[in-house]
Design a protein around this ligand. Structure first.
Ligand code: SF4
Ligand code: SF4
Length: 192
């Protein structure tokens, strides 16, 4: 059995008010009020790029770079973890033994095809020695996309200019690492 709809307490405008709103184009006036208010309180938000640049947030994910320790040694140990973690197959690492130190490896060649990069940061997270960093560089528009296929020297150059503050070598940060690392030729004394 159907029941009659219950009337709510809200009042509908009278037919005269509705008629008056129609003949004075009330909705149009409300819209014009917003437009006039914007015109009278206008503040430009356009940034005159490239003469003006906005400050980027600290965690901005820009162009990737390879990092070095404070003595200039490359951090990368050629482990390939960044290559495995990358969902977009940007990275190609060719690793090799450090000459004269058969238990140590480094990246002999390192390539990034930045036309494919999503700037997701997963390679940075995957690196066990923090050898990768995301800089704040974003002005990388080029006419020839082959210029975005970067080699190791180009990536190290980005790291050098974007991350001038460098860490000490791992062996010096954590003496135990060196103590148990048979490949470290000059084992520092363990503090007592
Ligand atoms: S930021 Fe993401 S897509 Fe770009 S190289 Fe790293 S893992 Fe690959
Ligand atoms: S950048 Fe890091 S994760 Fe990638 S090969 Fe080098 S050490 Fe391994």
């Amino acid at each position: 059995m159907s029941t009659a709809p219950v009337q709510t307490g809200s009042k509908r405008p009278s037919r005269f008010v509705e008629w008056l709103k129609t003949i004075v184009f009330y909705e149009l006036l409300v819209g014009m009020k917003a437009t006039m208010s914007h015109l009278l309180h206008y503040k430009p938000i356009t940034v005159q790029y490239p003469h003006e640049k906005r400050a980027l947030p600290d965690n901005y994910r820009g162009m990737l770079g390879l990092l070095r320790y404070d003595d200039g040694t490359e951090k990368c140990v050629g482990c390939d973890l960044c290559e495995a973690a990358c969902p977009s197959r940007v990275i190609r690492v060719v690793s090799a033994e450090v000459p004269g130190e058969p238990t140590k490896r480094y990246s002999k060649e390192y390539y990034m095809d930045m036309t494919r990069c999503l700037f997701c940061g997963m390679c940075v997270k995957a690196c066990p020695v923090d050898a990768l960093g995301m800089s704040q560089e974003f002005e990388w528009a080029v006419y020839d996309k082959r210029q975005l296929h970067l080699n190791k020297q180009q990536l190290l150059a980005i790291g050098d200019r974007s991350f001038p503050v460098r860490e000490k070598r791992l062996e010096l940060q954590h003496p135990n690492v060196a103590f148990f690392n048979v490949s470290f030729g000059h084992v520092p004394q363990k503090p007592n």
